[in-house]
Design a protein around this ligand. Structure first.
Ligand code: 2NL
Length: 349
């Protein structure tokens, strides 16, 4: 009796692990377990040898096993379509396949909101003659800080704010995409009219409003006679294209070591149309980018003559603009990969 129970358990295990993937294997399985000389039949034959007082218990175990084997057979039969077709004398699945059936649909994904907004920004500047450049995310101190006129003691250089690479303290994860523009200026081909989208890194505590990485688009235009008026008109065109013709802009004086003069640009609040709401903190205005005329020292650092050439530059966070456009209130949503969030962005643009 004990021995029989062990046998049944061993068969059960074998059946559980068995993969039946065509009608040939299915038929083999049927003959081995359920055929007239099969294992199930044989086990029922053993009933005779079981003591009377154990017959009931053993009968139950055996019936369970029979049911289990039949279920396995039926399930496998449905999966293999149950046809016993024959090709070249061998059982085959080949003509079980109905080629006229529609194929399985492949789910189509959606663009990530960051990529959507980046594409919109690139398209607008493309129409103004800006081309896209990219560069390394790991760069040296020169291209990220020194060439940009950022002094030795500038707080952004602090270990608290910037990720440095252990192997070489001269290397770091770029804190803005300005390194790409520096590299472009160093090439010495003028004029320059580029935008530089990319991922940047800052050592921030992660919250709804800050993350240790985010995405930026910076722009740079250098030629003879480029003025602040060009900057204003370019950025005005940009926000009108992105947010609509009714949008208003204002500039506030600011400070960056790499531009002089420097400014922050605000747009009239899209949510309340300037009336005052939570998004604009009841001011009617929302800051969207920083900008300015390229500092002569930065031009000199890149061997460009500041007496001949002038230029403007600007930088914006893509997340910030996406949050405004789509009314997203938590920066962490962009990097959590929650499909309930991502599926909401089905735009073809
Ligand atoms: C911001 C402000 C800005 C720049 C970036 C720049 C680059 C070079 C030379 C001069 Cl190579 N300027 N970039 C200028 C002003 C502002 O970014 O708030 N970004 C998120």
């Amino acid at each position: 009796m004990e021995e029989l129970l062990q046998q049944i358990n061993a068969h059960r295990k074998e059946i559980e692990e068995l993969q039946i993937s065509n009608s040939h294997q299915l038929e083999e399985f049927r003959i081995k377990y359920l055929g007239s000389k099969g294992i199930v039949k044989n086990l029922f034959g053993e009933m005779k040898a079981v003591p009377v007082e154990k017959k009931k218990e053993f009968g139950q175990v055996l019936n369970d096993f029979k049911q289990f084997t039949e279920t396995k057979y039926q399930t496998a039969k449905e999966l293999t379509n149950g046809e016993h077709s024959v090709v070249n004398g061998q059982p085959s699945m080949a003509d079980d396949i109905d080629l006229s059936l529609p194929g399985d649909s492949i789910p189509v994904g959606t663009r990530h909101p960051i990529n959507l907004v980046r594409k919109r920004i690139i398209d607008i500047f493309h129409r103004l003659g800006f081309s896209v450049e990219d560069g390394p995310e790991i760069d040296d101190d020169w291209h990220n800080f020194t060439a940009l006129n950022m002094p030795e003691n500038h707080p952004a250089r602090d270990m608290q704010d910037t990720f440095y690479i252990n192997q070489n303290p001269d290397w770091l994860l770029r804190t803005h995409t300005s390194n790409v523009q520096i590299r472009e200026m160093e090439k010495g081909h003028l004029p320059i009219r580029i935008i530089c989208p990319g991922r940047v890194y800052r050592n921030e505590t992660i919250s709804a409003r800050a993350h240790c990485f985010f995405h930026q688009v910076e722009g740079l235009y250098i030629d003879e006679h480029v003025s602040f008026a060009d900057l204003k008109q370019t950025l005005y065109f940009f926000v009108q294209e992105l947010f609509g013709k009714e949008v208003k802009i204002r500039f506030r004086p600011s400070y960056f070591p790499f531009t002089e003069p420097s400014a922050e640009m605000d747009i009239s609040c899209l949510i309340c149309n300037g009336e005052g709401c939570r998004v604009c903190k009841h001011t009617g205005w929302v800051e969207i980018l920083g900008c300015g005329m390229v500092h002569p020292k930065v031009l000199q650092n890149c061997k460009i003559d500041p007496n001949k050439y002038t230029g403007f530059a600007f930088g914006m966070g893509i997340e910030r603009i996406a949050m405004l456009l789509f009314q997203i209130n938590d920066l962490r949503l962009f990097s959590e990969n929650d499909v309930r969030f991502l599926r909401q962005f089905t735009s073809a643009l």
